[in-house]
Design a protein around this ligand. Structure first.
Ligand SMILES: *[C@@H]1O[C@H](CO)[C@@H](O)[C@H](O)[C@H]1NC(C)=O
Ligand SMILES: *[C@@H]1O[C@H](CO)[C@@H](O)[C@H](O)[C@H]1NC(C)=O
Ligand SMILES: *[C@@H]1O[C@H](CO)[C@@H](O)[C@H](O)[C@H]1NC(C)=O
Ligand SMILES: *[C@@H]1O[C@H](CO)[C@@H](O)[C@H](O)[C@H]1NC(C)=O
Ligand SMILES: *[C@@H]1O[C@H](CO)[C@@H](O)[C@H](O)[C@H]1NC(C)=O
Ligand SMILES: *[C@@H]1O[C@H](CO)[C@@H](O)[C@H](O)[C@H]1NC(C)=O
Ligand SMILES: *[C@@H]1O[C@H](CO)[C@@H](O)[C@H](O)[C@H]1NC(C)=O
Length: 412
């Protein structure tokens, strides 16, 4: 053991020396370049090495991906009241650039937002775009941290840095018309979306330890982040193994989004709002006792929560959890119990679920069936089902041997 330690120390020292030599020679090499460009008054190589691009290192993630964290970084602190803010944790492709801006400009999310963005060759311009929006929009600048994820090519061994063209454009000319035009130019990726990698990267890059995980299109009820802040600080403390469950609903494409539980109640009664995926996948989303929830929310002025049972392995609960809590298993195929597997693991790890009153989020547009693209993804990913199921169950049964009875069987 001691021999190995000594070798490692030697290596570190050698490495440091090499680094010093490298930087020293680089500085010597660069200096004359500056002088030439300064004296001649023209810009020669200077902007190529320094000014023209902003460089973000990316690191290998798992065996297939490269990740650059903090390509934009939220500048807001959101801790003036002494409480830990809730980070809204989202994942997206370039297809959702407008929704990302929408989440940042919404008054309902007054807190940090951490987004993982999946790009490929055709869609990587989305990174430049979001970088520019972050520079030019005060709200986006305060809230948005973007982490860029891309898939490595076959035979690629190292992750390359992400280079963003430095922009000198005046922000006043980056108005909504121009933004909309630039967004529409970007062609979204057409690949298997590594959904659980994306969820995990967004959590790992979040600037606070309380995480609200959601889909990028979900719209939050009035003042969500601030109304939930005291409750989340009480429940999500990294010790008690408590989770907060958030109800979700859907409304027609054109309907307006209900602001609070009272308005939602009226819309539900009039069949203008529904529980999320009530037509398409009710087992995954319905939480019983909706009317009881309305009564409990009417009953108090501030949001509170009460314990509910784990439902079943099809339950796709929308959760607020802690940075230290388990992450989504990344080998679970996309669209096959990708979120439910985490919820099941949390149950097996003896976490308790607590339903929050008052607040909720809403999806615009009622989903009734699969799109052709999503069924193609499912067809491809089904081949991985058996193998990933075995791996997951082995991990669960060996890690949490005593909780099978309280959670039941995981069906995939
Ligand atoms: C340096 O910048 C100038 C103007 O910004 C540009 O015309 C020139 O091509 C750049 N040089 C290099 C080597 O990129
Ligand atoms: C992102 O930036 C924050 C704030 O500077 C820092 O604390 C965090 O470590 C960074 N995340 C990563 C993964 O580098
Ligand atoms: C946006 O900016 C462009 C170019 O600066 C300008 O032509 C256009 O009129 C502006 N549009 C709006 C709505 O301000
Ligand atoms: C009102 O709220 C309290 C929690 O403070 C709860 O215990 C009680 O059951 C609620 N009443 C009704 C009718 O829901
Ligand atoms: C699970 O938590 C409960 C308390 O909530 C405790 O009584 C029980 O022993 C725990 N079970 C396991 C297997 O850790
Ligand atoms: C989906 O595929 C079916 C054939 O399998 C086709 O009839 C239908 O038009 C397709 N839908 C869209 C939106 O392309
Ligand atoms: C996991 O444990 C449960 C109950 O102990 C058992 O029924 C199940 O077959 C086990 N699964 C695997 C893959 O070992």
């Amino acid at each position: 053991m001691r021999g190995i330690a000594r070798i490692i120390v030697h290596f570190l020292v050698l490495f440091q020396i090499l680094c010093c030599v490298y930087f020293a020679t680089n500085m010597i090499r660069r200096k004359p370049g500056f002088r030439i460009s300064d004296s001649s008054g023209t810009s020669t190589k200077r902007n190529e090495t320094l000014g023209e691009y902003i460089r973000y290192e990316s690191k290998k993630y798992g065996s297939d991906f490269c990740v650059a964290y903090n390509v934009t970084k939220a500048t807001g602190n959101f801790r003036d009241d002494g409480l830990e803010p809730i980070s809204l944790v989202l994942h997206a492709t370039s297809h959702f650039m407008r929704e990302i801006e929408g989440q940042c400009s919404s008054r309902n999310w007054n807190g940090p937002i951490s987004i993982s963005l999946f790009v490929d060759r055709t869609s990587s311009e989305a990174v430049d775009y979001l970088h520019e929006v972050h520079r030019c929009s005060a709200k986006v600048n305060q809230k948005l941290s973007v982490h860029v994820v891309y898939r490595m090519s076959p035979f690629q061994k190292f992750c390359d840095p992400i280079l963003i063209k430095r922009s000198n454009r005046k922000c006043t000319s980056f108005n909504s018309t121009i933004r909309s035009r630039e967004r529409s130019r970007v062609i979204p990726p057409f690949q298997i979306y590594p959904i659980n990698v994306m969820r995990n990267v967004a959590r790992k890059g979040a600037l606070s330890y309380i995480h609200m995980t959601a889909d990028v299109e979900m719209m939050f009820s009035d003042g969500f982040a601030l109304k939930m802040k005291p409750l989340a600080n009480k429940y999500i403390n990294g010790k008690d193994k408590k989770l907060l469950v958030i109800r979700r609903f859907e409304v027609d494409n054109k309907a307006h989004v209900p602001a609070d539980n009272k308005e939602l109640f009226l819309m539900i009664k009039a069949f203008r709002a529904f529980e999320f995926h009530h037509k398409y996948f009710p087992a995954g989303h319905t939480i019983e006792s909706l009317w009881q929830w309305f009564r409990m929310s009417k009953n108090q002025t501030e949001a509170y929560a009460w314990k509910i049972d784990y439902k079943s392995s099809s339950w796709e609960a929308q959760l607020i959890l802690h940075r230290k809590d388990p992450y989504n298993p990344e080998y679970i195929p996309t669209r096959i119990r990708d979120q439910q597997s985490l919820v099941y693991e949390l149950c097996r790890a003896n976490y308790t679920f607590h339903l929050a009153s008052h607040v909720f989020n809403v999806h615009r547009g009622v989903k009734t069936k699969e799109t052709n693209l999503s069924s193609a993804v499912l067809t491809h990913q089904k081949r991985l089902r058996t193998r990933s199921y075995k791996r997951f169950m082995h991990y669960i049964n060996t890690t949490y041997p005593d909780t099978f009875d309280q959670c039941g069987k995981f069906v995939m």
